[in-house]
Every structure is written in structure tokens, then in C-alpha cells.
Ligand binder design. Sequence first.
Ligand SMILES: CC(C)(COP(=O)(O)OP(=O)(O)OC[C@H]1O[C@@H](n2cnc3c(N)ncnc32)[C@H](O)[C@@H]1OP(=O)(O)O)[C@@H](O)C(=O)NCCC(=O)NCCS
Length: 207
Amino acid sequence: MHVSAETDVGDRRHSAGRAEDMDTIELLPPAATFRESYCSLISEVIAAGEALIPFVLEFEHDDFGAFLRRLEDCARGIALPRGFVAHSTYWLVCERTTVVGVSNIRHSLTDSLRRDGGNIGYGIRPSARRRGFGTTILQKSLSRAAQLGLTSVLVTCAKENIGSAKAIVRNGGVLESEDYLPARGEIVQRYWIRNDSRAEVQQGIQP
Ligand SMILES: CC(C)(COP(=O)(O)OP(=O)(O)OC[C@H]1O[C@@H](n2cnc3c(N)ncnc32)[C@H](O)[C@@H]1OP(=O)(O)O)[C@@H](O)C(=O)NCCC(=O)NCCS
């Protein structure tokens, strides 16, 4: 299926598209090729009045080259704010043109991330939701996490976030705990996903 660079996944040509119907759907490192589509994703989230999730969506990107270098630095653990661990960002790209989602993988856990945030955060552009992309982005992020050597992965979500909780459970998430976080004003759930079989495949070892 060919999709022009200007095509938004939310337009009519894609309105019925589901993740499994796509010819190609890849979790790729950020690249200048996808600038226009990435910017439209941000515009969509802002227009919907939603929080920018994962947090790297907040990064200033008018100077796109500088933005990409910043993300690379974050993955290498360079110039991180105090308390931050190295984190890698990937974009879920459909048909090699449309950025439908963004994932951010934290390479290790702090006390704060253990409470809220976990190893992987992700978001799907509003017009592409409920078509399997949330489940897909987490699945592909787990493979990327395995490349980083993460054999077990913590994913957290608000208890009310049914879509995220379903995506986590479909990817093998097991609920560890949940509690009310006053700073968020909601109950946060913590799920662990065993990732050792993916990690073994990455190392060429059959599970
Ligand atoms: C959470 C999020 C990533 C889910 O993405 P998605 O593309 O809709 O996920 P999927 O299509 O894979 O949906 C998984 C399941 O959840 C269901 N679902 C998704 N959103 C839902 C909602 N708002 N209410 C109820 N069920 C929902 C889907 O229908 C599907 O279940 P089904 O196959 O039984 O119908 C997306 O809503 C999002 O980006 N939200 C904002 C950012 C965010 O909350 N990120 C997660 C932080 S933990």
C-alpha cells in the first residue's frame, strides 16, 4: 500500500486501517525523513488537549537537527538532567511514511520510575487509536528493550487507562501492584513483563 508523505493516518484513506493490515509497520529511530509526520502527530495531540506522552514529545523541535541530536544524546546518557537515566526514543512508522506513535525506553530504573513511569512509555496519535497500534508499539519496544539487555520490563499506567492496560496485558504484563499517587491524583498500576526470551533471541540463543 502506498501512502504519500503528506497523508495523515487519520484521513479517510486510512480511517479503516488496523495495525495488522499495514504492509509495513516499523519501530524506527527518529529521522529527519519523518519530520513532517512527527510534527503532525504533535499537533494532533495538542489539538486534542492531551498531555504529551511520552515526555520526549515535549522536546523543542523547530531546529529538527538539534532535536535529533538531543535524542541521540539522551540514548547515550549525555547531558541528562539530574535524576534521569539514559533513554532511547523510537517512532512507530506505517508504510514508511506516517509516524503513528512514539515510544521511549528507559535503560534502567530509579526509585521514581519504579513508582511511576517504568521502563517504557508510549503514545499513539489520537486519529490512529483503537486499531492495534498501542499493542504493536509496546511489542516492538520490548524487542528494542531486549537489544538493550532488559530481561524484565516494568510498565506503569493509570488504572483508568483501559487501552494501555489491555496493551500491557496482551504483551504478557503481570500486575505487580497499584496505588493512589497524590501527585497524579489517580491510581497507578505497575506491570512486569518477562523479556528474557526476546533478549535470548537478540543474543542468538534459542529460548
Ligand atoms: C494508551 C494508548 C497507547 C492505546 O493505544 P491504542 O492504539 O488505542 O491501543 P490498541 O488499539 O492496541 O488497544 C488495545 C485495546 O484497548 C482498547 N482500548 C483502547 N483505548 C481504549 C479506551 N479509551 N477505552 C477502552 N478501551 C480502549 C482497544 O479497543 C483494544 O481492545 P480490543 O482489541 O479488545 O478492542 C493510546 O490511547 C494513547 O496513546 N493514549 C495517550 C498516551 C498514553 O496514555 N500512553 C500510555 C501511558 S501508560
